[in-house]
Write a protein that binds this ligand. Sequence first.
Ligand code: SF4
Length: 446
Amino acid sequence: MKSKRSMKKVFIRTFGCQMNEYDSERMLALLKGEYIPCREPKEADLILVNTCSVRKKAEEKVYGLVGRLKHLKRTRPEVIIGVCGCVAQQEGEQLLKRLPHVDLVLGPQAVYRLPEALEKIARGKGPVVDTRFHKDFRQPLILPELNGDRPVKAFVTIMQGCDNFCTYCVVPYTRGREISRPPEDILAEVECLVRQGVREITLLGQNVNSYGRKEKGFPSFAELLREVASVPGLWRLRFTTSHPKDLDEDLMRCFAEVPELCEHLHLPVQAGSNRVLKRMHRRYTREEYLSRVKKLREISPEIALTTDIIVGFPGETEEDFEQTLTLLEEVRFDEIFSFKYSNRPLARSTAFEDKVPEEEKARRLARVHALQDRITREINESYLGKVVEVLVEGKSPGNPALWTGRTRTNHVVNFSGPHGLKGKLVRVLIEDCGQHSLRGRVENSQ
Ligand code: SF4
């Protein structure tokens, strides 16, 4: 390995979801020994922008950032500029026309071929555009090596892509069709992380519930959860994201039967009206969603639920929208992630003609926020006076005098306590709460 002084520098900026965060970490791991990370693009020999195209806003930010790098490239032409992830996949060669100072365009499944692409550029064979999808998930296994301030929790990807083709979504086009990662690779990565002190793992995928269904001999997702949970030294297990149509009873039972599995489920509903759900091609009805929530709460009464909501989907009437509000009242999610509908290139709904005006979408979003803020506040207040188990992640970013961590139900807790709590499970008495977090003091630690 080269000495640190002789190594080149890489700057990575990541937009979008946890899958992108995970891919960025993998790219850094692939560059290890040749590059060290740096904090500013101006210090870098290689600049990678890992992009998201799920929402228009995120895509615009990418174009803004990469566009500004043109000046840097003019003064230092040897700098390699790469655009990776979903925008790269969506635009392919076209991206070079719009941003000719870019040297490298890598789709989400091609990020594992980064060293190969850099080698081509070094041989003068750039720019490189690689948006090939692979047929299985048997890439070289890159085991993570944690350095410095080691994290207490980590993500592990278990599958890529999606077969669902919801009409508003670009994922099946940018991340490809669903492929599951071999269970032995997942277990090897989890074991490696736990050996290095990680105590909480979140299994990641676009639709984890359908893990293994297409591959011969793979376990079901519920079986995989049970296997991962049995890794010695792992205290907590989570997963995201789940499609409601694939949430079966076997998986629900894991919340009651697997002690490591935390009582929190992100279950995107998107809308409360059957007419809108049908046009979104979600393949479940409001009634089916609600009956799954009911069953889940019978099996695991403490479970916290979160969801995603889109307001102003094409053709959404006031009456349809009201049904989203009544669904929010009925389920009482702990938290929601809500967005105004936006057209995305490749998504089928972009061609739907009955678009909802921008100001109406904004009005609906404000109503959703006001309702959910009240529900979240009421749920947070129900924690007052209770003692909860918290896995301590470190010092609170907003107040270094306090510790921060999460309950099993995924609520953020900031609290006072003695030194040296990072990585421990503590019991915290909740004394106060805000809109987005709980506050308290530690009772004891283990
Ligand atoms: S389930 Fe639907 S919204 Fe989720 S990634 Fe697949 S196509 Fe997109």
